[in-house]
Each structure stands twice: as structure tokens, then as C-alpha cells.
Design a protein around this ligand. Structure first.
Ligand SMILES: *[C@@H]1O[C@H](CO)[C@@H](O)[C@H](O)[C@H]1NC(C)=O
Ligand SMILES: *[C@@H]1O[C@H](CO)[C@@H](O)[C@H](O)[C@H]1NC(C)=O
Ligand SMILES: *[C@@H]1O[C@H](CO)[C@@H](O)[C@H](O)[C@H]1NC(C)=O
Length: 298
């Protein structure tokens, strides 16, 4: 298992905070009110269902690939306009147990529909991203994500937040059901559509990629690498390491213990006899042993 349980933490938190039904209904009313009259709520099921081949062609053109090197730049606040990012985190055989295929298809179908959404004046610019956790396990680990899931970010423009040092970048995490997700479930998410992202609580935990404690201390990437390494080191390497370290400790203790005949024998002047096959710790403690015998000689 590559993804450690910690990776699922935000999802569990999100599930734990699942809104009560009436709360969700309230949100949905708010969401409906949020769709401006210029952009009447989109009759999503009536959209033509694009052929997969055409859809993936469109997807290739407008979906930005997110990775560990570019995500901070791509998601940085822009000079004049707010941006709303919808990022699909998906995986393959290793990270999604080969089950993300249907979700990937639904995503590809949703991309042309998302791009076709009307953008009324003042609405944030809609950006689409894809993070392949199979290729970029470190970033997925740093973002603490299970797959498949959509990360919805609202990135305020620089102009609108001038003066504030670190304006919050709200993140909503939308888990996708691997069997039932359809394009309409994705198209209804953004604020220019039905704002369905509001049905999911905002994530404000320590692993928030921008506002979380780890990110504030610049520890997000180290954490990602550390957890990823922990998950990637095979068990036998771990066992070898533990056995090596415990041997080192044991031999150090033996060297320090009094009454061991080897200690004087390994003192200065002693030929490379019994002490020779010993490894690092024996040599390391030799000055001590030598000092001990020197004192004895006085
Ligand atoms: C989705 O579109 C991308 C980009 O063209 C393509 O690489 C991928 O194979 C497509 N996936 C599916 C499941 O259609
Ligand atoms: C994923 O697994 C399936 C079935 O186990 C296999 O057919 C396919 O080639 C694998 N894909 C990759 C990219 O390894
Ligand atoms: C996905 O949807 C199916 C059918 O509605 C349901 O049985 C299943 O529990 C759902 N899976 C998750 C992880 O919510």
C-alpha cells in the first residue's frame, strides 16, 4: 500500500464534517441565488454528450498539468482577476488501484462543458488542472490526497487583496465516487454553474497547500518527500536498517562495558589482531579505550 493512512486524513475530516441535510439544502438555495441572472443555472443533462475522443482532444488543450515544480506558480494570485481552479487528482494502477478510469472519462467529458460555461462580468476566471498522482506521488502526498478527488481553489487577485499579507485561498475537497461520477457532477461544481462545491466544507487543516501550518513554515514539500519515502522504502530495507543500527548500538555497549578482555588488547600498540575485523564503532571508540589503558598505566 503506497498511500499511507495519513494521506486520507483530510478526506476523513471532510466526511466527518459532512453537512446535515438541511444545512446542505440551505447551501444549495444560497448556491442557486449565487448564479446571476446573466448566467441562468445551466440545464446540464441537456448538454450534448461529447464523444470521448473529441472530449480528450479538448481536455488535452485546456487542462493544465499540475506538478510539484509548477503548482505554486500556476496557482499564484494573478494581477487583476480572481481565479477559480478545479483540479482533478487522479491515479493509475499504483495509486488508484486501476479504478480511476471511469472518473477520468467523466472528467474528459466535462471539460468542454466547463469551458462552455458563460462567464458573467466579475466572475472568477475558471481554470482547469490535472494532477496525476501516479507521476507525482510527492505532491499528492504533500497535498495529502486520496484519489480520485477534485480540489476546488478560489485564488483572489492581487489587486483585490492589496495590503493583506496572506489572503486566504479557500479550498474545498470534493471526493468523487469511482462508480457513479458523471460529467454533470463535475460541471455543476464551479461558481459560474451551480456552485456545488459549496456543498463540501472548506478545508482549513494543517495540510492546506497554501494556508495550512506546514505550508506557512515551508514544510509542505519536505513532508511530502518524507511521507513518500516512508511509503516507498521496501520492508526488507527497513529491517536491514534497524538490524544494522541495533548492532552498532550493541557493539558500542560491549566496548564500554568493563571487564571485557578485548578492550586492553585493542589499545594503542596492539597489532591489528582481533580488533581488525571490527567495523566503525570499534575504531570510533578506540581513543577512549586507549585513554583508559593509558590511565591504568600511570
Ligand atoms: C482524457 O484526456 C486526456 C488528454 O487528451 C487523455 O490523455 C486521456 O487518455 C483521456 N482519458 C480518458 C479516460 O479518456
Ligand atoms: C494496469 O493494470 C492492468 C490490469 O492489471 C494492465 O492491463 C495495464 O497494462 C496496467 N497499466 C499500466 C500503465 O501499468
Ligand atoms: C458510490 O456510489 C455507490 C452507488 O450509489 C454506493 O453504493 C457507494 O457506497 C459509493 N461509494 C462511496 C465511496 O461513496
Amino acid at each position: 500500500m503506497r498511500l499511507t493512512p495519513l494521506i486520507l486524513l483530510p478526506l476523513l475530516v471532510a466526511a466527518d464534517q459532512a453537512p446535515l441535510p438541511d444545512k446542505a439544502a440551505g447551501w444549495f438555495d444560497k448556491a442557486k441565488a449565487y448564479v446571476s441572472s446573466a448566467a441562468p443555472s445551466i440545464p446540464i443533462p441537456e448538454f450534448p454528450n461529447p464523444l470521448d475522443a473529441g472530449a480528450s482532444k479538448v481536455a488535452a488543450g485546456v487542462v493544465e498539468k499540475i506538478n510539484v515544480r509548477n503548482w505554486q506558480r500556476k496557482l499564484a494570485p494573478k494581477a487583476d482577476t480572481d481565479e477559480e481552479w478545479i483540479i482533478l487528482l487522479t491515479g493509475g494502477n499504483k495509486t488508484c488501484y486501476g479504478k480511476c478510469g471511469p472518473v477520468n472519462t467523466a472528467w474528459n467529458e466535462s471539460v468542454p462543458l466547463l469551458k462552455a460555461l458563460p462567464a458573467p462580468a466579475g466572475s472568477p476566471r475558471l481554470k482547469l488542472g490535472l494532477l496525476d498522482c501516479e507521476k507525482d506521488e510527492v505532491l499528492c502526498t504533500a497535498w495529502a490526497s486520496g484519489v480520485p478527488v477534485i480540489y476546488h481553489f478560489l485564488i483572489p487577485a492581487v489587486a483585490s487583496t492589496a495590503g493583506t499579507t496572506a489572503p486566504p485561498k479557500p479550498l474545498h475537497i470534493i471526493p468523487l465516487n469511482i462508480t457513479t461520477t458523471e460529467a454533470s457532477d463535475i460541471v455543476s461544481l464551479p461558481s459560474t454553474s451551480k456552485s456545488r462545491y459549496l456543498q463540501f466544507d472548506e478545508y482549513t487543516g494543517i495540510l492546506h497547500p497554501f494556508d495550512g501550518t506546514l505550508a506557512k513554515f515551508g514544510l509542505l514539500h519536505p513532508f511530502g518527500y518524507f511521507m513518500w519515502a516512508l511509503g516507498s522504502i521496501p520492508g526488507w530495507v527497513m529491517m536491514l536498517g534497524i538490524s544494522f543500527i541495533s548492532r552498532q548500538i550493541m557493539s558500542r555497549r560491549m566496548m564500554r562495558a568493563p571487564g571485557i578482555p578485548e578492550v586492553p588488547a585493542a589499545g594503542p600498540g596492539a597489532p591489528h589482531g582481533q580488533a581488525a575485523p571490527r567495523t566503525a564503532p570499534a575504531t570510533g571508540s578506540q581513543p577512549k579505550a586507549g585513554g583508559g589503558s593509558a590511565k591504568k598505566r600511570k
